[in-house]
Design a protein around this ligand. Structure first.
Ligand code: GLU
Length: 490
């Protein structure tokens, strides 16, 4: 068997969307799983759609996602050039198009815009498609040569017979047969001399020895035309894998509007690259067991393209968040702290030990921007109602809380060691002396120092970060608040 060679072949037309990244990832995994080569080819023959800077985004994204290419514009592997506009300079596409003309599989077409505009159009998949009427196929060889010699602009079209069917094979969809009459004589070489994407793609995949092609299923309808080109050249077609659509939660096509469609947007929203890559791998593929967390190396090991599903994949941001949270929990603390620090610094201006706060939030957040909500009380105690002191399970009320806080205040005023351990010991001793449950004391203390029902750490962990002065100030303020509450209810 020949060496597995896959390619990611983006057109530099903008951001790299989740769907693009999935194609690239699957191509990468198929190659690496089989010990083959993954290649990057830039398909820039459609000069009108070219977007400045889009190629940089492609490099950046592949690089940060860890999808290292073995060959590409920046890494020659003997099959270059790897940019179609560069490849074109050797005349390769024209040369192959002429071969098809010689075989009667393609023909020159000199029809001008006016004539083309007058042709009938059909609505195919919601798009208006013009079916060329083969007008120029009837030109004699001499007529064609005379027109070429006098410089009449031309395109070269694929010649698809009106009768019969064309069958191609897709790994997910099986054999698909299409009536030839439904296939348009598509343009292979445009009037500006550039090949169309459809033609360059076939010539390049063959001449670059590509064995597997993964692309979105929006290309399914063009696949029979590609198949005819392979057959016309007598080439073996690659294994086709047309991936199912990715939809949003409402089963609509994932779009920029849904706000989370591009890789860079997701990273900007605070998602980790590894989690995004892991999540995208599962958008249409699943392993034999129910496992969900994979490093890239593990994906390489496990990825079997026969297990790609053809049902639409739903991009579920809630699931992605969950997965991101799993990555954060598993992350080495130093790395976590380094990445969390900007978010901590944004929320906390006081001179607190951010490392300790980072340790508190690490297992509680799903993405870094969640940090803000968890740490806001360090800056200042939010407005809260004293009913928060009432907790059924802890058997506390505002009254019991006031009593506990009043009794604890002098003890805590007399203590200098405000480490978590020392504070915990003090409160535990008080609990024992009082003969009550832990929560009976911890709940009011934590409420007093945080003003929140949920905090990333326990009462004493929070007090350790706040330090003696601030902790006492908050306890005193809480006592005053509870006293005022009691008075007003008299
Ligand atoms: N250049 C095409 C695109 O960006 C690639 C499709 C394919 O992989 O064949 O959509």
């Amino acid at each position: 068997m020949s060496k597995v060679r896959t390619r990611y072949a983006p057109s530099p037309t903008g951001k790299m969307h989740v769907g693009n990244l999935r194609s690239a990832l699957y191509e990468f995994l198929i190659a690496k799983h089989a010990g083959g080569d993954f290649m990057l080819r830039i398909e820039d023959t459609d000069q009108e759609r070219f977007v400045e800077g889009a190629t940089d985004i492609i490099y950046r994204t592949l690089d940060s996602a860890g999808l290292k290419h073995d060959e590409g514009p920046d890494k020659d592997g003997g099959f270059g050039p790897y940019i179609q506009s560069e490849r074109m300079k050797s005349g390769i596409y024209m040369e192959y198009a002429k071969k098809l003309v010689e075989r009667g599989e393609a023909y020159y077409c000199f029809c001008d815009k006016e004539r083309l505009d007058s042709l009938k159009t059909e609505i195919v998949e919601g798009k208006e498609i013009m079916m060329y009427d083969k007008h120029c196929l009837s030109l004699s060889k001499e007529e064609v040569e005379a027109k070429l010699a006098s410089g009449v602009p031309f395109v070269i079209r694929q010649n698809i017979p009106n009768e019969g069917t064309t069958t191609f094979h897709d790994e997910l969809y099986g054999d698909i047969s299409v009536e030839n009459a439904e296939l348009d004589d598509m343009v292979l070489i445009k009037s500006d001399g550039y090949p169309t994407y459809n033609f360059a793609n076939v010539v390049d995949d063959h001449t670059m020895n590509i064995t597997h092609v993964v692309r979105g299923n929006e290309y399914l309808s063009s696949a029979p035309k590609y198949q005819r080109l392979y057959d016309a050249f007598g080439w073996e077609s690659p294994v086709y894998i047309h991936l199912p659509l990715i939809t949003d939660e409402n089963h609509k096509k994932l779009s920029k509007r849904s706000g989370h469609a591009s890789f860079e947007d997701l990273i900007a929203q605070g998602f980790l690259t590894e989690a995004v890559v892991n999540y995208i791998a599962l958008l249409g593929w699943s392993p034999e067991d129910n496992r969900e967390i994979f490093t890239l190396d593990e994906l390489i090991e496990e990825f079997d393209y026969h297990r790609i599903s053809k049902s639409p994949a739903v991009f579920d941001i809630v699931k992605l968040k969950w997965m991101n949270g799993e990555y954060l929990k598993a992350m080495d603390f130093d790395k976590f702290y380094e990445m969390a620090r900007p978010y901590l610094q944004e929320g906390i201006t006081k001179d607190y030990n951010l490392e300790k706060i980072a340790a508190m939030v690490k297992t509680r957040i799903e993405i870094f921007p969640d940090i803000a909500d968890h740490i806001d009380f360090f800056e200042r105690v939010p407005e809260y109602d004293i009913s928060m002191y009432a907790h059924k399970k802890m058997k506390t009320t505002p009254e019991t809380s006031l009593e506990v806080l009043r009794e604890l205040l002098p003890i805590l005023e007399g203590q200098d060691d405000y480490s978590n351990d020392a504070l915990y010991e003090t409160l535990s001793k008080y609990v024992t002396d009082k003969g009550c449950k832990n929560g009976y004391v911890m709940w009011p203390v934590r409420t007093a120092v945080s003003g929140k029902q949920m905090t990333p750490g326990g009462a004493t962990e929070i007090m350790e970060v706040l330090g003696k002065e601030e902790s006492l100030a908050r306890l005193r303020a809480a006592i005053a608040k509870l006293e005022a509450g009691q008075e007003s209810s008299l």
